[in-house]
Design a protein around this ligand. Structure first.
Ligand SMILES: Nc1ncnc2c1ncn2[C@@H]1O[C@H](COP(=O)(O)OP(=O)(O)O)[C@@H](O)[C@H]1O
Ligand SMILES: [Mg+2]
Length: 458
């Protein structure tokens, strides 16, 4: 069974309290009014009896029945009075008038007392005993009183009922406004639990519930953050696993393709002997074979687990060799390689084969980015704090800032003949050397790549 909520409980308590108060106050009130009205009624009737007795004194003394009858008749016109009798000392009434009436009657009697003259009493300093010379009897009905009391009681009940209802109504609205923020919080938490994670509770106006809602929202925020972090971590794990699987698979394919490609190349060389030199088709096929070969080589280089074997290497000399190799290689393209490498030897721990390839990839990119008629590449080496730094700057268009994060990812390329593996390989190699590689754009617009390798005494 569902337990009653705060609102219902508050309301029930209020109804009980207000009801009990109204009832007891109402009851006490009716009792008091009842007593008051009854006393007043009885006082009035007994006053009438005393008044009659006083006025009847003379009539009884001189036995004037007509006068007594008139007196009685007069009294009969009073409300609630039904009958009046005046008695002398005899049992028979001297005067008696009765209105027709059916119902219960009450009777009140008052003695008629003969009083001495006040002057005489004073003169003799003596108070003679008063003597009873008769009595008056008034019969009256209490029906009027009962009806009056009933009407009053009913009015009282109505009034207290309405007042009670009014209080309950006022309380209902007050308690509702108190409970509303909590109810809303509960609803919000239900919606959140149902999956609407972006929902936040309304703060409302009451300080206590405001605090509660704020705490609830803070909790939701931190939950949301943890959830996002977890999702990200999950995605990374999935991506890494997929990449690793893909890597293994691609390595296998590359190996499988390498051999047939070699066979195709040597077969092509043999076929070429029977074909006139300069044939477009032959050049086309040879071009494609070269491209495929490069892709496979780049890939194998990148994907093969890099197991660097470190030994002391004169890094300045190595960098100069790289520059010279490219200057020779690009005899037909107008490229100027401007080097700024210290003359002295600097021996660092490195795997020269891997490092030369990595730096070569960066220089190759710089050459590919240059303009067609003139391309100047600057290669610089210097020390900064704990690092030996090799810097390669070109005068090309630079790197699109939006792509800056992506260029080191494997297979990311913007070039039609690119493999997207050059920088990924360089990144891997420099990382294996305990260093880092960064890219940025120079103020003149070209790209600046920095290879940082920790100094061996650092
Ligand atoms: N010197 C450079 N200037 C401008 N963009 C460059 C430069 N070097 C690399 N990039 C960008 O980085 C991408 C990735 O380079 P890389 O890994 O060597 O692959 P690829 O040369 O095969 O495209 C390039 O396609 C190019 O968009
Ligand atoms: Mg490249």
């Amino acid at each position: 069974m569902k337990r009653p909520g705060i609102h219902i409980r508050l309301l029930a308590a209020a109804i009980l309290l207000i009801g009990a108060t109204t009832l007891s106050l109402g009851y006490a009130g009716t009792l008091m009014i009842h007593e008051f009205v009854k006393t007043r009624f009885e006082e009035r009737i007994s006053f009438l009896a005393r008044y009659l007795a006083l006025n009847a004194e003379l009539g009884i003394l001189i036995d004037e029945k007509e006068m007594l009858k008139r007196l009685s008749q007069n009294l009969l016109s009073e409300k609630d009075v039904i009958g009046v009798s005046i008695f002398g000392t005899a049992a028979e009434p001297l005067a008696e008038v009765i209105k027709p009436f059916s119902g219960v009657l009450s009777v009140i009697e008052s003695p008629v007392i003969l009083k001495e003259s006040q002057d005489e009493s004073r003169a003799f300093q003596w108070n003679p005993p008063s003597s009873v010379i008769g009595k008056v009897k008034i019969m009256y009905t209490t029906e009027g009183l009962v009806i009056l009391l009933d009407t009053m009681k009913r009015r009282f009940v109505w009034l207290s009922g309405i007042a009670g209802l009014f209080s309950v109504l006022i309380f209902y609205f007050i308690s509702r406004s108190l409970v509303a923020p909590i109810t809303e919080l509960v609803q919000t938490s239900r919606k959140v639990a149902a999956g609407n994670l972006q929902l936040r509770a309304d703060l409302g106006v009451l300080p206590e519930t405001r605090e509660l809602a704020a705490a609830f929202n803070a909790m939701l925020d931190s939950l949301e953050n943890s959830r996002k972090a977890l999702e990200k971590a999950n995605l990374t794990v999935i991506r890494q696993t997929t990449l690793a699987e893909l890597g293994k698979f691609s390595l296998m394919i590359a190996h499988e393709v390498k051999n047939p490609l070699g066979i195709i190349k040597s077969s092509m060389d043999m076929l070429k002997k029977d074909i006139a030199p300069g044939d477009m088709m032959v050049e086309f096929i040879e071009d494609e074979i070269r491209r495929l070969n490069r892709l496979i080589e780049d890939f194998l280089l990148f994907a093969r687990p890099a197991n660097p074997t470190f030994r002391p290497v004169n890094l300045h000399e190595m960098l100069k060799h790289c520059a010279e190799r490219f200057e020779l290689q690009t005899a037909d393209i107008p490229v100027i390689i401007d080097t700024d490498i210290p003359e002295d030897n600097y021996e660092g721990q490195a795997d020269p084969d891997l490092l030369v390839r990595a730096i070569g990839n960066i220089i190759k990119n710089a050459m590919e980015s240059g303009g067609e008629d003139e391309n100047m590449i600057r290669i610089r080496a210097f020390f900064d704090k704990d690092f030996w730094i090799a810097e390669i700057t070109d005068q090309g268009p630079g790197i699109d800032p939006e792509l800056m994060d992506k260029i080191f990812e494997p297979f990311f390329t913007t070039r039609s003949k690119g493999t997207g593996l050059g920088l990924a390989f360089a990144f891997q190699v420099i990382k294996a050397h305990g260093g880092m590689i960064t890219a940025q754009n120079s103020p003149e617009g070209g790209a600046v790549f920095q290879i940082k390798i920790p100094k061996n005494d650092a």
